[in-house]
Write a protein that binds this ligand. Sequence first.
Ligand SMILES: [Zn+2]
Length: 93
Amino acid sequence: MNTAQVKKSLEAGELCIIKKCGKSSIWNTFGIVAEKAGAESSASKQLPMVACRQCLKCFKYISHTTGTTHLARHVEQGCSNESCKQLKLSVAN
Ligand SMILES: [Zn+2]
């Protein structure tokens, strides 16, 4: 599954974003993408991806491999662009 497909699934409510407890402040904005837990299982299956909770933009994330630099860059620059604003509006409706 690529990041565009994950974003679509998040918008459709098929995947969820779960809060990650970490030292970095980027985890105030990002969460781990996970499959929704079924009725029988209490733990949701996590994907090697994170998503911005404000605009649902997805990034590959493997702990200790990819790091969080690209995520911090999104917080600083990416999350104020027009597509983010439009998506926020469509989510609000
Ligand atoms: Zn964003």
